[in-house]
Design a binder for this molecule. Structure first.
Ligand code: SF4
Ligand code: ZN
Length: 316
């Protein structure tokens, strides 16, 4: 065998041609071994952080994009080995014309193929407005203080929690990838938001009985690999970006991290691991919020009036 042929051979099975090079580990993998390696990594992450109990009912937050659809497929596979647990998919319809409709259809089709119950909640039914209506009410872009993503982030977090409770879930699994986690950590540092930095983690703390705990089984999967997983497995997902996607700081940090990763493979994992090591110390010095109930809606909140009600009040 020539050196070149050896270099293009999968390092795991040593039989099939490699199609993917993983720069941070130096592995060359064939499609089958790549898929298996991603699934094994997710199982490893779930085990390492103790994300699930054997009889958990897990709500998977499925937007219809590549990450959440890949996660749904992997958890569906894992769940088959645990007959006492159950999976249900929850989707939030923010009401973004020409974008969310397609995602909803794709999420529903994937759930049908996998035989997973699918539950949808909408901004309209929960808050009385679609995101499009909120954006119009809040004023044209540039004049309003908050971006569409700022509204969307707060309202969607609440909606996912409500949906998870509706379906009696013990945990809610979100498809935040390694990239998302590292970007969020750096954003919190750049903003000086140490409380958020301490709070965001692969498994959220139990802070209130009405706040379903969040787990992130993809927190050690680079976004590039979650995308590739969906392509290789020929899973259908929505790939058009949201028309409001505008988080400027996140975009800057994403571009910077991608540049760094290209020059020094493993940078994203290094930041993630640093955070893991810093977090116990942060937990000791950061005073965590005491969760009580919002005076207006009764949902868990760290202040008298929750952020959701605050935003809705501003909108009138
Ligand atoms: Fe919501 Fe912004 Fe994401 Fe669009 S890009 S779905 S507005 S958070
Ligand atoms: Zn409230």
């Amino acid at each position: 065998m020539s050196a070149n042929a050896a270099a293009s051979m999968c390092v795991v099975c040593k039989r099939r041609d490699a199609f993917f090079f993983r720069p941070y580990s130096g592995e060359r993998l064939c499609k089958k071994c790549f898929v298996e390696s991603v699934e094994a990594k997710v199982r490893g992450t779930i085990g390492k952080y103790g994300m699930f109990s054997f009889d958990d009912r897990v709500a998977v937050a499925v937007s219809g994009g590549k990450d959440s659809i890949s996660l749904l497929h992997i958890l569906a596979k894992t769940e088959r080995a645990h007959p006492k647990s159950s999976l249900v998919a929850v989707t939030v319809d923010e009401g973004i014309k020409g974008y969310r409709d397609e995602a909803l259809e794709i999420a529903a089709a994937n759930c049908k193929t996998l035989g997973i119950e699918h539950h949808v909640v909408s901004f309209k039914e929960l808050y009385g407005f679609t995101l499009d209506e909120i954006v119009t009410r809040a004023g044209v872009k540039g004049e309003r203080e908050l971006t569409a993503c700022a509204y969307c982030g707060v309202l969607r977090r609440r909606a996912i929690n409500v949906a998870a409770r509706d379906v009696c879930a013990d945990k809610v699994a979100t498809a935040h990838t390694l990239d998302d986690e590292v970007q969020t950590s750096l954003m919190n540092i750049f903003r000086g938001d140490i409380l958020r930095l301490a709070r965001e983690k692969p498994v959220t703390d139990e802070v209130h009985p009405r706040l379903v705990r969040k787990v992130k089984p993809f927190c050690e999967i680079p976004e590039r690999e979650s995308t590739l997983y969906a392509y290789v497995r020929k899973i259908r997902f929505q790939d058009t970006p949201c028309p409001y996607a505008s988080e400027a700081l996140r975009n800057d940090i994403r571009a910077m991290l991608n540049r760094m990763e290209e020059k020094r493979a493993g940078t994203k994992f290094a930041v993630f691991k640093s955070m893991e090591r810093i977090r116990p110390a942060l937990d000791e010095v950061v005073k965590k919020d005491d969760f009580k109930e919002c005076v207006e809606c009764g949902e868990p909140s760290s202040s008298g009036l929750c952020r959701t009600c605050e935003l809705l009040r501003e909108l009138g």
